[in-house]
Every structure is written in structure tokens, then in C-alpha cells.
Write a protein that binds this ligand. Sequence first.
Ligand code: SDX
Length: 418
Amino acid sequence: MSKSAKLILGENEIELPIIEGTESEKAVDISKLRGQTGFITFDNGLGNTGACLSNITFIDGEKGILKHRGYLIENLCEKSSFLEVSSLLYTGKLPSKTELENLKNQIKEKSTIPEGIKKLIKSFPQDAHPMGITSSAMVALSGHYPHLLDQDLSDQQKEELFPLMLGQLKTIAAAVYRHGQGKDFIESNPELDYTADFLYMMNGDKPSDAVAKALDVLLILHADHEQNCSASTVRVVGSSKANLFASISAGIDALWGPLHGGANQAVLEMLDAIQKDGGGYEKFISKAKDKEDPFRLMGFGHRVYKNFDPRAKVIKGYCDEILEKLNVEDPLLDIAKGLETTALSDEYFAKRKLFPNVDFYSGIIYKALGIPTNMFTVMFALGRQPGWMAQWKEMLEAEGMRITRPRQIYQGKTDEKL
Ligand code: SDX
């Protein structure tokens, strides 16, 4: 393949370099396009535009493949813990036994949130959406860790931030849940590992190994997903050299949307509505296909996957196993399976390559674990935080790192007179 592309623009003909990745993805490097031709490119939703070079996550949307640092997601779910995958994402390698123990101990030391953050959480109405509280608490942490706000952080500061953010968000998420239930907060239990400690701080009981493992796998499945909306948001905010607390808070806000992480909550609300409506899918599938109707089949479709989302496959397989282990009967699971089968056999969805995504089944397991629907997207944020941190760190350390500032094509009025 040629190492450059020729572009003919009127009288101009220019050569643009071609970049090829280690998984054979190819890009035309247009960094010099505007300087040489005065033209920019336009790409609504940036679905065809590479924003960065990355070593963290690879997705093959056509084949339904997801890898973190070269490891298949299915293998990581089977053989690694959420903390091991988090460390893999942030540092670039799986931790040794000693490194993992050190990470666990550092997180345990950093799992108590400042009193001011507890007060902030309690200052919200009890029925405030947990994502708004969580995002506020995250950025408010910047007031409590001023030594980690430098615009040029040292390696040591970046190393300190990793366990701190994991410990703090875990406790914030549990406290936000307790606030919504009108209950007192429960302090972290240093005898428990990350996921078990989170569940303990939610309910006051040590979870069974099966429950802790199920949540650990769910967190792994949400850990990173290359340049999704929220990860891109973290990169954009971090590119101005705003601190990590602000960048992660912005990522939480982007994730909140029902087209992104908020979809897991919307899926359960949709399944509930189908159940209340007598369980017929046809009406909802017709609504999803109706261009005049804004309703979309939540948990279906993806900007990148035009095949099954591999995470949805793992979660679907887990659903039956976990519900059986927990002795939970959930009719919504049967509705979800029926809806999936019906949609996948419908021309509209097949033609557009719309398959279930990570959000379609995850809520069934969260519900079985006793997590309320309005906390589902906070769970997504808890899982995604290590990925956001890895993307932020890679952005800051990238060669030629610069502030993200896209261009536009102006279409407004030109010669207004006052
Ligand atoms: C996540 O990016 C990531 O990696 C995200 C994520 C991650 O891990 O970070 O994977 C997590 O956000 C998963 C997606 C969760 N969102 C949902 O489940 C919401 C429902 N899905 C859709 O809103 C939609 O599929 C998106 C937002 C996910 C993707 O939207 P795109 O890529 O902009 O697709 P599109 O709107 O251009 O749709 C193409 C066609 C359109 O029809 P036509 O105009 O061609 O006739 O497909 C249709 C759309 O109307 N379509 C759907 C649909 N999704 C797309 N029609 C009905 N139901 C749907 N869910």
C-alpha cells in the first residue's frame, strides 16, 4: 500500500501521509491540509476521524473484537480481576503479585472520602440523580488534594493519582447510593478487596464471592472502550491541562447521556415499560423503526460495532448463571431475550447492523445484585474510570501533545448592520 495519498483540490494536488496501526487500521494524516490548501475536512459526529494514536484499546467493529493492550476482553474477564485490568490499562502491563498487593493496600488507604465531600453529597435532595451528585463530588475532590492540581504533573503524582481516584470514586459511589436510600454512609472495610468493599459500603454486608465476582466482571467489561464519547471528553478537558478531577468529572457528565452510558438505565426502563404493557415487543420495535418517533431501542446499536458487542455476549452468558446463583427470577430477562431475538430477525435492524451493546443486558445483573436503576450509570462510571485515566495519561504524555481545538464551517449571517 502506498505510504501517501494524493488529493486533488481544483488546481492543487497534494500528498498526504498515510498512517497504519498495528491492527492494520489506516488513516490519512491531514495535519498539514489546511496549511497547504486552506481546506479542512468535515465529519459529522467524527465517526470517520481519528483523534489520536493510542496503545490502550483496540476494537474491530466488523468482527466484534475488543482488546486491552493486546489482551482479548473475554480472556481478561476469565483470568483477571478489575484491579489487574485497571493497572494494565493505566501502566501498560498486568501487575505482578507484589504490585497488585501494593495497589490494593494503597486503595485501602485512600478509600475514605473527606468530610467535606460527605457533606456535599448530603446537601443534594435525596431524589437527585446519582450521576449529578457523583460528578459534583468528583470535581470537588480538587479542593481536598491541591498538591495534585499542577498543570505539569510528575510521574510520582500520576502514580499517586491512580489508587487515589479508584479508592475515592468507589466510596463516593457507595455514599451516593446510601444518600439516595436515606441511609447513613458506611466506611470502607480494609479486610475486603475493591469490589467486595464497594458492595459492603452499599449494603453493610460482606457479599458472597459469586456476587463480588459478578460485579468484578461487569466492571472489567466497562473498563475502557477507546475513543467513546466520555473518554474523548476526558481527553479534551485534560488537553487544556485542567486537573484529573475536572477531567473525570466531565467524563461522568458525558457518560450520563441516554445515548451513551445512560442507556443501561434506559434499557431497564424500556423493559419495565414492555412488561407493564403486557410484554409485547412488536409495539416497541415498530416505534424504534418509525422515523417520526424519537424512541430508539435502548441497548441496541453502536457507532463502532456492526456485529455483536463482545461485552454483551459475555454479560448475556453471565445473566443466566448469576440469576441462578442468586436464586433470582427476573421476567425482564426473558423479555430482553425475546426482544433481542425479534429485533435481530427484523430487516430494519439487520440492514443497519444494529446488535445488542454492552448496555442491553448489564442492567439485568445490576438489578439482581440489588442495585437500583438510577445507579446503573454510576456503576458504568466506576468501571470506566481506569480507562478514562489511562486515556488522560496517554494524551498528556503523547509526543507533540497540544490542546484539542477543532475547526468549523461557518454558515451564519455575514454582513449584519447595527
Ligand atoms: C455505549 O462509543 C462507545 O464505545 C460507547 C460504549 C462504551 O463502552 O463507551 O460502547 C457505550 O454508549 C453503548 C451505546 C449505548 N446507547 C444506546 O444503546 C442507545 C441506543 N443506540 C442508539 O442511540 C445508537 O445506536 C448509538 C447512539 C449507540 C449510535 O448512534 P450512531 O452511530 O450515531 O448511529 P446512527 O444514529 O447514525 O444510526 C444509524 C441508523 C439510523 O437509521 P437511518 O437514519 O439510517 O434510517 O440506525 C438507526 C438510526 O435511526 N438506529 C437505531 C438505533 N440505533 C441506530 N434505530 C433504532 N434503535 C436504535 N437503538
